[in-house]
Structure formats: structure tokens, C-alpha cells
Design a protein around this ligand. Structure first.
Ligand SMILES: [Zn+2]
Length: 152
């Protein structure tokens, strides 16, 4: 498991730790707002972190040397904030997890795979801009998740 990250609540300013795997999606303890859930996974923890996630997961296959991956990264991070409580983001460094890259048949990066209930729903290859990526994700999230209030 990766180290817990510290995130700051945009609502009340509380700082709290975020874990890479949990039963339900994480909340800020102080005000109850959903935490933006952006984490990393490798081969040993991909099951608990991604496949057993209680909410849909956007897997970001990337590598440090990949220019387009750096371009899409801020959009992916932004979506994890906008869709807090509705979608988790799991980054997979393909240099460190070639087995996962192979298992998903990822040929080019960035590849973004949307998973729900441990199954792939759809994928997109290449760096979309924020608006295109948001639209792509929202069209594929389960209807119930779309109706939950957003965190602004
Ligand atoms: Zn808060």
C-alpha cells in the first residue's frame, strides 16, 4: 500500500489523511464532505484499491517519461475533486507495473480505463482536455452516481 496522503477540505479547511483502499468512499470527518480520492496502485494492491472499490474507478495508466501523460494529469486530478464521492482515480505507473499494462492490453499511454464493480466499462487512449474528459467520464458513470450532489 502507498503512504497515506494528506488532503485539505475545500469546504472547511480540515486536513486529513486519505487511504488508498476503504469500504466506503472517504469523507472529511469534520464536515462530512466526500474526499477527493486520487491514489496509486501497483500489482500487489490493485485488487483492494481498484477492483474492490466501492465506487467507480478511473485508472490512469501513465509513465514518468510520457509527455501526454503529464498533460492529462491535471485534468484527471481536477476530476477527482469535482467527482469526489462518485469516482475514484487510481494512477498506475506502467514502468512499475508492466503486468497490469499487459493484463489490460494497454499499448499506448496515457490510457484511461473506467471500471465499475471490478469490470471495465470503457477506455480512452490519449490526452483529452478537461472538458472532453469530464464529458467522457460523466456519460459513463452509473446514473445513480450522476444524481448525487457535486462538491464545489
Ligand atoms: Zn470539510
Amino acid at each position: 500500500m502507498s503512504e497515506p496522503k494528506i488532503v485539505t477540505c475545500p469546504n472547511c479547511g480540515q486536513r486529513t489523511r486519505i487511504r488508498s483502499a476503504a469500504e466506503g468512499f472517504p469523507h472529511f470527518p469534520n464536515c462530512g464532505k466526500p474526499l477527493p480520492w486520487l491514489t496509486e496502485a501497483g500489482i500487489p494492491d490493485f485488487g483492494p484499491v481498484a477492483e474492490n472499490s466501492p465506487i467507480p474507478v478511473l485508472i490512469d495508466f501513465w509513465a514518468p517519461w510520457c509527455g501526454p501523460c503529464r498533460i492529462v494529469a491535471p485534468s484527471v486530478e481536477r476530476l477527482s475533486e469535482e467527482l469526489a464521492g462518485q469516482m475514484k482515480v487510481v494512477k498506475v505507473n506502467t514502468d512499475l507495473a508492466p503486468g497490469l499494462q499487459e493484463r489490460f492490453g494497454v499499448r499506448g499511454i496515457p490510457t484511461l480505463v473506467l471500471m465499475d464493480g471490478g469490470k471495465e466499462r470503457d477506455r480512452v487512449v490519449g490526452a483529452l482536455n478537461l472538458n472532453a474528459l469530464r464529458q467522457w467520464v460523466e456519460q459513463r458513470l452509473p446514473a445513480a452516481a450522476k444524481n448525487q450532489p457535486n462538491v464545489k
